[in-house]
Design a protein around this ligand. Structure first.
Ligand SMILES: [Zn+2]
Length: 160
């Protein structure tokens, strides 16, 4: 686990599985207003990991905001399936989504980002999903299609 503190913001990067022993759960977070969690190197999460994760997020101060960066697809699924997996004040800044080429079946992981590919509800407008339709396959130049159910995967936007 790596941490970096700038004023009232703490950035935490974690690696490996989220299970009974993940070092994340020892991170002290009470004093911060913004918690930026980079999950790009997380491999998987098991049921004990989910339990510990929720206990950890419960320690986040009410007035703090949690940002989840570069979430593996498995984590996005947890956010959507497990109620209370993330506190109210939280945003998925970006996540890794599987795409599939229609022509050659090449699989490609594409990073989808907040305010580029999807938008949370705000005062002016409801949430929005904006995935480009002409995403090109790196192998053959064919068109890439989402290998996931758009509506299900983005249910975190509705629940926020
Ligand atoms: Zn292709």
């Amino acid at each position: 686990m790596k941490t970096k503190v700038t004023g009232s913001t703490i950035e935490i990067s974690i690696e490996g599985p989220i299970s009974e022993k993940a070092s994340l759960f020892e991170a002290s977070i009470q004093a911060y207003k913004e918690i930026k969690l980079n999950l790009s190197k997380v491999t998987f999460i098991n049921s004990i990991g989910v339990k510990n994760w929720i206990l950890w997020t419960c320690r986040i101060p009410q007035d703090a905001t949690l940002y989840l960066e570069e979430c593996p697809f498995v984590i996005v699924n947890q956010i959507n399936i497990v109620q209370g997996f993330v506190p109210k004040n939280s945003f998925v800044t970006s996540f890794m989504a599987p795409f599939l080429c229609e022509k050659c079946s090449h699989e490609q992981i594409v990073k989808l980002s907040k305010d580029v590919h999807y938008f949370y509800t705000n005062d002016q407008s409801p949430y929005k999903i904006q995935i480009p339709e002409d995403m090109k396959c790196a192998k053959c130049g064919g068109t890439m299609e989402a290998d996931f159910i758009m509506d299900k995967t983005f249910s975190f936007l509705k629940n926020s």
